[in-house]
Design a protein around this ligand. Structure first.
Ligand SMILES: NC(=O)c1ccc[n+]([C@@H]2O[C@H](COP(=O)([O-])OP(=O)(O)OC[C@H]3O[C@@H](n4cnc5c(N)ncnc54)[C@H](O)[C@@H]3O)[C@@H](O)[C@H]2O)c1
Length: 266
């Protein structure tokens, strides 16, 4: 699906990857770009810059996702592309708090379910539509250091696979974006998920990975304004599943096989 002339909603768009995607959609001639986030101040600035609509709210709550879609439809008529990108960083293993598990589940899984629930019937009626979510390389391979993050990101990938198989032959395209490491240093991935310098975090992850299993932390983060700024919207536009299939995402045993499988259904 080409972005030109389409109405695109991007969540988590007050900064980082979501902001980059929203700006790119506007540049590529979207009919309307609706940006959503909990951070109203930064969100308003992005919307103003790109001439889009800002809708603040918590995507972990179904009523607020519904309201976001209603506001988008009120202004632009319909939603063609819904990019469910908002995410949070939470540390810990099985000992992480119930709140951290619940928040991660709400934002990394249920937010995508709520969007699909509201949009799929309308997209099926039109015979087209595009649902995307941002999971992570941690949705494909274990991310040592954060069980709530990795487990719920795996679920986000599974949901995208499910929707793709369920509706792919009826006009709904589904993609899942799986970045490995993008330097959005002031966002959740900078401030909370990586409190230590990345090199130290990678070394610690490698130490934890004693059996040599694949982990998601195999590479240094790419600057958001560098090459991956071009790659991310390309993925968002061209129905591919992974940011950069040319780069192996792991230092472990054959993760590419799994990526190939994902790409087959994208
Ligand atoms: N940066 C990376 O290295 C990396 C790697 C893999 C996956 N990701 C994923 O990419 C997505 C974007 O991450 P980013 O690095 O740009 O982070 P970021 O912190 O810069 O942006 C995330 C945005 O989501 C918003 N948000 C959080 N909870 C929300 C909620 N409940 N409702 C509405 N908005 C909410 C935040 O306010 C923030 O603006 C996330 O899903 C993240 O898990 C990032």
């Amino acid at each position: 699906m080409k972005v030109k002339g389409k109405v695109c909603v991007v969540t988590g768009a007050a900064g980082g990857i979501g902001e980059a995607i929203a700006r790119r959609y506007a540049k590529e001639g979207a009919k309307g770009v609706v940006v959503a986030d909990m951070d109203q101040g930064r969100l308003d600035k992005v919307a103003k810059d790109i001439g889009g609509l800002a809708v603040s709210g918590d995507v972990g709550q179904e009523g607020q996702v519904k309201r976001l879609i209603e506001e988008a439809e009120k202004k632009y008529g319909q939603v063609d592309v819904f990019f469910s990108n908002a995410g949070i960083g939470r540390g810990g293993h099985e000992d992480a708090t119930n709140k951290d598990w619940a928040d991660s589940w709400a934002i990394h899984v249920m937010a995508h379910v709520y969007a699909a629930r509201a949009l799929v019937p309308k997209m099926l009626a039109r015979g087209e539509g595009y649902l995307l979510n941002t999971a992570s390389a941690a949705g494909l391979l274990a991310s040592m250091g954060s069980a709530p993050y990795g487990v719920t990101k795996h679920a986000g990938v599974a949901l995208a696979e499910h929707l793709s198989i369920q509706y792919g032959d009826r006009g709904i395209r589904v993609s899942v974006l799986c970045p490995q490491a993008v330097d959005t240093s002031e966002g959740v991935h900078g401030a909370q998920a990586r409190p230590r310098p990345l090199a130290a975090r990678h070394a610690a992850a490698a130490r934890q990975d004693r059996r040599g299993a694949a982990t998601a932390l195999g590479r240094r983060p790419e600057p958001l304004r560098g090459n991956c700024t071009a790659k991310i919207p390309r993925v968002a536009r061209d129905d591919t599943s992974i940011v950069d299939p040319q780069h192996p995402i792991s230092n472990g045993p054959d993760p590419m096989q799994r990526l190939k499988t994902l790409r087959l259904i994208a």
